[in-house]
Design a protein around this ligand. Structure first.
Ligand code: 9MR
Length: 570
């Protein structure tokens, strides 16, 4: 186990001049995006001390720009009064100082043509680091190379998952796929939204992602790297379907394993209860995959067809088993991902099946759903986006209705952001709040792709800037990026690999007050937007997860692509 260099910390504290200690103890008074502002677009800083105006100077103190600060507004989620500094007029890349007139507060800022490109690549690469049954080689993983763990070639059928041909204890082979999060298990429900989101990133921005080299083992083959990485999980998903078409909920140990490296974790693995939510999500993902992969028939012979068959088999099973909800068996303690309302899953799967077959859209469900920010248990918006992406495939009335619903929610997000003290759309803090910000950014960028209304792009940039530092914790929430970023994520490899720096490219879950007991010794704010601790024990605020990284991939790539940034060609 890593000791986190407490000795080194004590030593550096002893030698630090006193004034530096005070600075370190202070919270950031000016919040800026720590990987830089996007030169061509809007630039907002959040100021947390009262002031009237700000100015920007070059590193040689030459005054370059002045502005008035916005009105002081309170953000209830962090219980603080803040003012916005709008420095959008600064467009020349470089390093600058942003200062508050009359207060002496200042902060270094960077303006750059491509502030999110590094994050976009690293955020996909993070999936490679989380590959199950697969080694991370030094050539691709550098310092974070590791051995393969969890071969998953002998997975037991759990008593909750028996079927006539597969009695309890039958051995199945379910290798590959990504570890879900900080834990070593693999869950169909969560995989589905993740795979969809990564596919969508490629589908909407094929030029950006098509030639992006991620330095993974498949780089250099004829497929875009982002698709190669996503297929690693899709192929595992195919192994999770029973012969009757139903899909197991998860491939898991009975309880969470210890904080050891993957190759040192040897608990038995099981497939658990088939159910309708997992099978619908699977059907939706496979149908979507078959449509996308039919463009790559020579590179991936047979795969689009296999996905199509798998989608139909799961869909048929769901129609025969329409309401089997997941019930966590008594002897299983790993992630539940149990959803009690699966109307949105029916809608999503229905739309994806309709796109590949030309059958009727499940539009009767449209009136029954509340569209909100996507999460693993709220996949309705994914169906809406699929409808909007395929205008020729639905009748005009259905399409228009979907567009109306979609834009209503997208506009609602903008209204919240415009009225909010911090310029984001979050009006609740759930487990994985950072992924909600990323998913709201995703929704805005999809809206932008539909109507090119700059309000959506600008607001999505503010979301990205929240994640990179313009938030009340002052953290850039992506490992390996920014001046202050998570060092002690709840991630078994990062905690046990003896490397101080966590595996890079992961988005920490972020502040929320859902669970207070995960780190009994840590000081935790009761204010939702501040309630974050960079501690390994904080699974509720500092874990990482595939479904949180996927919208980060989408958002960082979408903004970069909209800003006309071309990926580096190797
Ligand atoms: O992301 C999930 C969150 O919405 C739930 O509130 C939480 C508790 O059930 O579980 C989260 O998902 C975790 C999963 O159950 C197991 N792997 C780690 C996931 C991220 O914390």
């Amino acid at each position: 186990m890593k000791t986190h260099h407490s000795k080194q910390t004590i030593l550096s504290f002893m030698f630090l001049p006193a004034f530096l200690l005070t600075i370190q103890a202070q919270e950031e008074k000016i919040l800026v995006p720590q990987t830089g502002y996007l030169a061509s677009q809007n630039k907002i800083a959040v100021v947390r001390v009262p002031a009237d105006s700000f100015y920007v100077s070059g590193m040689n103190d030459q005054l370059l720009y002045r502005g008035k600060l916005g009105k002081a507004e309170t953000w209830a989620f962090s219980n603080e009064k803040v003012q916005l500094a709008d420095l959008s007029g600064m467009t020349v890349p470089g390093d600058y100082l942003l200062s508050l007139a009359g207060s002496g507060e200042r902060r270094r800022i960077q303006i750059t043509a491509d502030p999110y490109g590094g994050i976009a690549s690293a955020a996909v690469k993070a999936f490679y680091y989380n590959r199950c049954s697969y080694p991370v080689l030094p050539k691709f993983g550098g310092r974070w190379a590791r051995k393969a763990g969890h071969p998953d070639t002998e997975v037991l059928v759990h008593s909750s998952a028996v079927s006539p041909g597969r009695p309890e204890g039958t051995l199945l082979s379910c290798p590959g796929g990504w570890y879900d999060a900080g834990d070593y298990n693999k869950y169909i429900v969560n995989s589905s939204i993740t795979v969809y989101t990564l596919f969508l990133a490629y589908e909407l921005y094929p030029d950006y992602w098509g030639s992006r080299d991620l330095n993974i083992p498949e780089s250099g083959n004829r497929l875009p790297d982002i698709l190669d990485e996503t297929l690693f999980n899709l192929r595992w998903m195919l192994t999770m379907q029973d012969t009757d078409g139903g899909v197991y909920h998860k491939c898991t140990t009975k309880q969470f394993e210890g904080f050891v490296m993957p190759e040192e974790a040897h608990e038995k693995r099981y497939v658990i209860q088939k159910n309708t939510a997992a099978s619908l999500d699977f059907a939706a993902t496979m149908a979507h995959a078959s449509a996308l992969l039919s463009n790559f028939k020579s590179e991936l012979p047979g795969l689009a067809d296999s996905c199509r068959r798998a989608a139909f088999a799961a869909w048929t099973w769901c129609k025969a088993n329409p309401d089997i909800l997941y019930e966590q068996p008594g002897d299983i303690g790993t992630g539940a991902y149990g959803d009690r309302d699966i109307r949105d899953e029916w809608f999503w799967a229905g739309t994806e099946i309709a796109v590949i077959t030309g059958s009727a859209f499940p539009d009767s469900l449209l009136d029954k759903l509340t569209f909100k920010t996507p999460t693993w248990d709220n996949v309705g918006p994914l169906g809406l986006i699929t409808v909007l992406k395929n205008p020729g495939k639905t009748d005009e009335k259905v399409y228009n209705k979907c567009q109306l619903l979609y834009m209503k929610y997208a506009n609602h997000l903008i209204d919240i952001a415009v009225q909010s003290a911090y310029p984001v759309s979050l009006d609740y803090f759930a487990w994985g709040s950072n992924s909600d910000v990323a998913n709201q950014g995703l929704l805005k960028m999809v809206a932008y792709s539909l109507n090119r209304d700059d309000r959506f792009l600008h607001s999505a940039i503010n979301d990205m800037n929240y994640l990179t530092g313009v938030n009340p914790t002052g953290y850039c929430f992506i490992t390996g990026f920014g001046e202050k970023s998570p060092m002690r994520i709840h991630h078994r490899q990062s905690a046990s690999d003896m490397i101080t720096e966590p595996v890079p490219g992961f988005l920490a879950g972020g502040p929320n007050t859902v669970v207070f007991t995960d780190c009994p010794d840590a000081k935790r704010s009761k204010l939702p937007a501040m309630s974050y601790v960079d501690e390994e024990c904080s699974y509720s605020t500092n874990e990482i997860a595939i479904n949180w990284n996927a919208p980060l991939v989408f958002l960082s790539g979408a903004i970069s692509s909209a800003a006309g940034i071309k990926p580096e060609i190797k």
